[in-house]
Design a protein around this ligand. Structure first.
Ligand SMILES: [Zn+2]
Length: 232
């Protein structure tokens, strides 16, 4: 196994050299899907960024979430459009882990403490279409850096919801209402704990808020929302 990988991977890299998913420049390291100059062009979240404050305040006001940690600002154009698109595909799951590691580092910088990582689940139809849940891979990246456990058996998406891109904030919150339910025995695992609830991208916060409501009702102590990115 090791020997074949030793031979085949360099051969594949020779036939299909790894390229940046955003600018198509050659990459020296195939585990990195994005070149360093594209990463440098992505805006990072700071605690005084208006979009961070706006999103955090909205999440806290909705009553289930206590804090927000997020790494990047995703825009409609440029590298972030390609990153957001790539996250939907299983072959780019290392990108999810990579983003999770970045969140993990930010959590240490911002001195945020929590007990357990819970990825926002996909509906089983979407899971079947994609073959994986990108939030689970982001959660794995966070777990690797922070040493905290990731639990994927806490909550389930019970209702299939159509894409929310054409909906306004009120419509999105209505669309996500009662979309999740707690799984059996989950409340034992989260009771009295602080959960880090992880999604890939937070826009209005309707999805993560709806998920947080169910987790809170199951007896968790508090919930911190985490995402790789924030988007308008
Ligand atoms: Zn690039």
């Amino acid at each position: 196994m090791k020997i074949s990988r030793f031979i085949i991977n360099p051969l594949l890299d020779f036939i299909y050299p790894p390229i940046c998913i955003s600018c198509s420049s050659l990459l020296s390291d195939n585990s990195q899907k994005i070149c360093s100059s594209c990463w440098d062009a992505v805006k990072t979240v700071t605690k005084d960024h208006p979009l961070y404050w706006e999103t955090r305040n909205r999440l806290i006001a909705s009553g289930s979430i206590d804090d927000l940690v997020s790494c990047y600002i995703f825009e409609r154009e440029g590298p972030t459009r390609h990153i957001a698109h790539a996250l939907k595909y299983r072959e780019y799951r290392s990108l999810g882990i990579n983003l999770g590691e970045k969140i993990g580092n930010l959590i240490a910088d911002w001195e945020i403490s929590f007990d357990v990582i819970v990825p926002v689940p996909l509906h089983r139809i979407k899971y079947r279409e994609r073959g994986y849940n990108q939030s689970e891979y982001i959660a794995r990246g966070i777990a690797g850096v922070t040493g905290k456990p990731a639990a994927c058996d806490i909550v389930r998406r019970k209702r299939y919801t159509q894409t929310q891109t054409k909906l306004n904030i009120e419509e999105r919150y209505l669309n996500m209402k009662d979309a999740f339910e707690i799984l059996p025995d989950a409340s034992k695992k989260i009771s009295g704990k602080t959960c880090l609830l992880v999604d890939d991208i937070i826009t209005t916060g309707a999805t993560i808020n709806s998920c947080a409501k169910e987790i809170l009702a199951a007896g968790t102590n508090s919930i911190i929302a985490a995402s790789a990115a924030l988007a308008k």
